[in-house]
Design a binder for this molecule. Sequence first.
Ligand SMILES: C[S@@+](CC[C@H](N)C(=O)[O-])C[C@H]1O[C@@H](n2cnc3c(N)ncnc32)[C@H](O)[C@@H]1O
Length: 379
Amino acid sequence: MRELLLSTEQLLISAAAQHPFFFSPRRSGSCAQVSLSVCSSLEMEEKGVDSDGNPFTTRSQLWAKEAGEDIATSTCFDPTKKQEWYSKGVSYWEGVEASVNGVLGGYGHVNDRDVAASDGFILEILPEATRLSKHLVALDCGAGVGRVTKNLLLRHFHEVDLVEPVSHFLEAAKDSLMTVSPSSSVFGRAINFYCKPLQEFIPKANRYDMIWVQWCIGHLTDRDLVEFFKRAKVGLRPYGFFVVKENTTKHGFLVDKDDNSITRSDAYYRDLFEQAGLFLLKTKMQKGFPKELFPVRMYALTTEPVKAGPIAHRTREFRSCGQGLLLCMSHTTNFEYEKETVCWWLFARVTLSDKGSFYLFTVGTSFAMVLLRRIYCYE
Ligand SMILES: C[S@@+](CC[C@H](N)C(=O)[O-])C[C@H]1O[C@@H](n2cnc3c(N)ncnc32)[C@H](O)[C@@H]1O
């Protein structure tokens, strides 16, 4: 997934230069400004461009040309083309060094931020899965050198399986995962290492509490992506879920001709997840990545509709702020819109010399929390 390396601006500018009806570039001095020409949002979602500047007016056109697939009938009319699409992707990665920096396209330094955000995301969702499962098992898809397994999954799951089509990555993953120090905070073990691409992988039934898919699903055609999720559902235990963490475009799609991968928009992904019969439990943007990278989005997806509805009260807590002040907080999450509202009540104890004491209270929401944080160093 070389798109990690390519900035949106680079691609948009090269696209704009060759595809004027989609983007209209304006240059002033040495600065290139790219602005979208007037185009309905529906059209913008359907259109795309490749890294050579070739435009596509629809997704059907893209997949017919690149992989010989007819997305209307969900059939492949040219298996050779499809074979070529996938072998170019794998060949690209076969030429990349088996290291964290290699799989992150030279952006190895984003690893810590990536892992920290994924960690928070898992913690918000995992309690759902733990309801039935005591011994937790995860699958790391397109696992590369085992970066996600080692830094993230083994801290939350007792067992982790890896699936990855590039053998020298998988060998490096085995080496690094077999030498995890027993004194580390890691408590899980990597169990199975499958050398397969996702479009051919069939998971073992009823084995996984979570299937993690990061920075690899862009290699799959639309049809194979949908089929993969449909097949992989049988691998999930009750209350299990998928997490997809991927680069996204603002609108439409961008095809990287060097490694044969596609960067899709959020709307595009949601459409494909729906086609696979999945339901969105939670979605969140990765924060703190360098500006030149594509925006990265995390999706937690379930095979059943989310029973609690899009809005759920997640936490309530009380904190004593000293000097007779008590802070009561309630976090309300609207999963659909990624909004977390914090509602707070601040109780202040007022003591009257001979008549005992009583509490005064104020109520507020997120905005006032910012102020409050400063005053009481609330973390
Ligand atoms: C950007 S790396 C990400 C690796 C890993 N997920 C991580 O975040 O560290 C992309 C990975 O996708 C893998 N890949 C390429 N084609 C694939 C396919 N058809 N199915 C599954 N994985 C694929 C590559 O071999 C590579 O390991």
